[in-house]
Design a binder for this molecule. Structure first.
Ligand code: 13P
Ligand code: SF4
Length: 304
């Protein structure tokens, strides 16, 4: 089927199955075009609690669909590709978390939403890149174990010197793949451009940034800023929204690594397939759901 036919079929299926499509900014342009809502991880998780339609088709990686199901268990959540997973979501060790809990009496385990439901179950609160600073500052605990992303953890820790942070060595290969020399070369090729970076980038990359924020924050910054030229230090799916919102501004990739294969695996054909067949429905056991729901709900409360 041609792209237009697939998009028309999806619109028809939305009506027939009372479904809405949620998409992260990193998915393919043509997938963002059929989405009812597009956003960063925080926006999409908040939104998942308010959806009235029977079915949520989640165009994102597995922790996103899983979080939507945990937050709104009565909905049917379909993933267009069940293999789309965020490698970082698995990069923390439950044994180490338990050991540290024994060592530090007041430990708060702060869990980036890019994590499995099992890791969320071992955590006190979830965060995303757009609310982590606010939430960590609100916590009464002095000792913070930040999982799984070391780079986001270090970025937040740098702004909260009054707390003792313990890090975990997880990382996003897409953002961590940027090199400082590569970014410097793009900066010298575009000396008037501001460098906008996601906090999943390594500290030496963040040191070069004019602005650091989540995907939505990067898009908002580019929309209101006057510079007119920007080097983008996050996955390049954001270019779709950036170009739509700022047609007169120029955007340059900060490096060649900025493609998340897991996000790009979602296609229009796969969306049609799951909407027609009901395949790839997200299931979370009641026990896992009720435990993982606590840190997610606490995030939604503390982020206000
Ligand atoms: P945000 O959309 O919260 O900025 O997260 C980026 C990301 O890597 C999602 O997987
Ligand atoms: Fe995971 Fe990185 Fe892809 Fe985000 S960009 S889903 S953190 S691998």
């Amino acid at each position: 089927m041609e792209m237009n036919d697939l998009q028309a079929r999806i619109e028809q299926l939305k009506k027939e199955t009372n479904a809405v499509i949620l998409a992260h900014y990193y998915v393919r342009d043509e997938v963002q075009q059929v989405a009812d809502y597009i956003g960063d991880s925080f926006y999409l998780s908040k939104l998942a609690t308010d959806i009235e339609a029977d079915t949520i088709v989640f165009c994102g990686v597995s922790f996103m669909g899983e979080s939507a199901k945990i937050l709104n268990p009565r909905k049917r959540v379909l993933m267009p590709d069940a293999s789309a997973d965020c490698p970082m979501a698995h990069m923390a060790d439950i044994k180490r978390i338990n050991q540290l809990r024994e060592e530090y009496e007041d430990l708060a385990v702060v869990c980036y939403i890019n994590s499995t439901a099992e890791l969320k179950c071992c955590s006190d609160v979830c965060v995303t890149s757009s609310n982590a600073l606010k939430i960590v500052r609100t916590l009464p605990n002095e000792n913070i174990l930040f999982i799984p992303d070391e780079n986001l953890g270090r970025y937040i820790a740098g702004q909260v010197p009054e707390k003792n942070f313990i890090f975990n060595d997880g990382f996003c290969h897409v953002h961590a793949g940027l090199s400082a020399d590569g970014v410097k070369a793009v900066k010298s090729a575009h000396p008037r451009a501001k460098f906008l970076a996601h906090p999943e980038c390594k500290p030496d990359i963040l040191a070069l940034a004019d602005f650091i924020g989540s995907t939505s924050e990067i898009i908002d910054f580019a929309g209101r800023d006057e510079a007119g030229e920007y080097i983008i230090g996050t996955e390049l799916g954001v270019l779709y929204e950036l170009r739509a919102k700022c047609p007169d501004k120029k955007f340059y990739p900060a490096g060649d690594s900025l493609r998340c294969q897991d996000m790009k695996t979602i296609t229009l054909e796969k969306i049609v397939h799951v909407m027609e067949t009901g395949e790839n429905e997200v299931h979370v056991s009641d026990a896992l759901r009720s435990q993982a729901n606590t840190p997610l709900t606490r995030m939604l409360q503390l982020a206000h």
